[in-house]
Design a protein around this ligand. Structure first.
Ligand code: ADP
Length: 183
């Protein structure tokens, strides 16, 4: 499940995972748990997350692959918020291939950017009203960084896949002299 910050990836990934009876593997949640447990990697991740930047690829990849190796993923899993960079996507391809696992689908949530900031504000207000702790990165300043990081580092993950699909579809339909792509 891919999409910009505030798009509702977590909410939808959870619903889809429940319907399918498989676990939701959210890198954001796993990293926040690591932060809460005050482990060394958690404390390192906290600074990066509070700034709205990305935790290093090797850290996230090992968190995800360790989690995939738990027995509850035998029937499948929904990845939420991962991969978020091209190197993460490449590492995922490799790790899945090693385990003989095939990716069934890539879902991308597209949301108007103005609506995203409203949602982040709403999420922070709701947490405060419910007496829950507000996420330290759910504020307009850090959100701007999260959106910039998404555009620069995460959007290219999608583009590569989309372009590959377009090229593959073009190849499937056309004779060798007619292959074109609008990308
Ligand atoms: P959102 O998508 O709304 O920003 P997440 O819970 O998915 O929320 O992520 C929160 C933060 O956790 C990110 O800003 C980033 O610092 C870190 N994070 C989550 N997933 C990844 C990932 N795949 N790679 C690097 N950092 C990540």
């Amino acid at each position: 499940m891919l999409g910009p910050p505030g798009a509702g990836k977590g909410t939808q990934a959870k619903k889809i995972a429940t319907r399918l009876g498989i676990p939701q593997l959210s890198t954001g949640d796993m990293l926040r748990e690591a932060v809460a447990s005050r482990s060394t990697s958690g404390l390192r991740a906290k600074h990066v997350m509070d700034r709205g930047e990305l935790v290093p690829d090797d850290v996230v990849v090992s968190v995800v692959t360790d989690r995939i190796d738990h027995s509850d993923t035998a029937k499948g899993f929904v990845l939420d918020g991962f991969p978020r960079t091209v190197p993460q996507a490449e590492a995922l391809d490799q790790e899945l291939a090693t385990r003989g696992i095939k990716l069934d689908a890539v879902l991308e949530l597209e949301v108007d950017e103005d609506a995203l900031l409203d949602r982040i504000r709403g999420r922070a207000e709701e947490a405060a009203n419910n007496g829950e702790r507000t996420r330290s990165d759910d504020n307009p300043e850090v959100f701007k960084t999260r959106l910039d990081v998404y555009r620069a580092q995460s959007a290219p993950v999608k583009s590569i896949d989309v372009v590959t699909e377009e090229l593959a579809a073009a190849l499937a339909k056309s004779s060798p002299h007619q292959v074109r792509s609008n990308s």
